[in-house]
Each structure stands twice: as structure tokens, then as C-alpha cells.
Write a protein that binds this ligand. Structure first.
Ligand code: 5GP
Ligand code: ZN
Length: 111
């Protein structure tokens, strides 16, 4: 997907603050952080949203999120994982991504 922002970040064509990479996923800090820790975990293979993703893909993202939550020191106090999907779900980038948010108290319900 040559015009996809996150595909271009994964390819290194657009700089990012990378925090993790493996065979399946790439993770980097959000450019507009909504919490002291705000990391985006994205599958290396493009898919538009979670509706197009396999259980394996979602599992690889969740595994990376757990590893990063521990690495960021969030696992004792807690953290939030979010997958915005579609327009009303607040998805602005049409490449599946898992938000890892932590380092402050979260509100519920979300806005
Ligand atoms: P969404 O709104 O689709 O759930 O999340 C997209 C996220 O991507 C937003 O939190 C936004 O701040 C982040 N974002 C958009 N463009 C860039 C960018 O060029 N670099 C980084 N690191 N994050 C971005
Ligand atoms: Zn993409």
C-alpha cells in the first residue's frame, strides 16, 4: 500500500520513534500522545481495520502490547488497549493499529 501512512512508517520512508519490531508487528510512539505512554502497534502486512484481520494478526499485536506494557512499567498499575474502527469508531488511519495507553488514570466511558 504505497500511499498508506503506516506502511510508509514501517518501510522507514517516514521517520518514527520505533520502540519494537518483530516478524509480524512494528510499534512506535504516537506523534500526538494522549497519555505519558502512547504507543501504536501495527501489523507489518497491511489491513484496513480489525474487520479484515485474522485472529493470528490480532494475537501478534496483543502479544507485543503485553511485552511493551511490561517494558514501559505499566503492568502493575494498568493500561488501556484500544482499536478504533471506522468513522464513528474514530479511526483516522486506515491501517489497523492497536493503541497502548498508560501512565495516567483512564476515564470511562470514553468520549
Ligand atoms: P486512530 O485515530 O486512527 O485510531 O489513530 C491514529 C493515530 O495515529 C493517532 O493517535 C495519531 O496521533 C497517530 N498518527 C497520525 N500520523 C502519525 C505520524 O505520522 N506518526 C506517528 N508516530 N503517529 C501518527
Ligand atoms: Zn498500510
Amino acid at each position: 500500500m504505497e500511499n498508506c501512512l503506516f506502511c510508509r512508517i514501517i518501510a522507514g520512508e517516514i521517520p518514527s520513534s520505533k520502540v519494537y519490531e518483530d516478524e509480524h508487528v512494528f510499534a512506535f510512539r504516537d506523534i500526538d500522545p494522549q497519555a505519558p505512554t502512547h504507543i501504536l502497534i501495527v501489523p507489518k502486512a497491511h489491513c484496513d481495520s480489525v474487520m479484515d484481520a485474522s485472529a493470528e494478526t490480532v494475537g501478534h499485536m496483543a502479544d507485543a502490547a503485553k511485552l511493551l506494557a511490561v517494558r514501559e512499567g505499566l503492568n502493575e498499575k494498568g493500561f488501556r488497549l484500544v482499536i478504533n474502527t471506522g468513522d464513528e469508531g474514530g479511526q483516522s488511519v486506515k491501517h489497523l493499529h492497536l493503541h497502548l495507553l498508560g501512565g495516567r488514570s483512564m476515564q470511562w466511558p470514553p468520549g
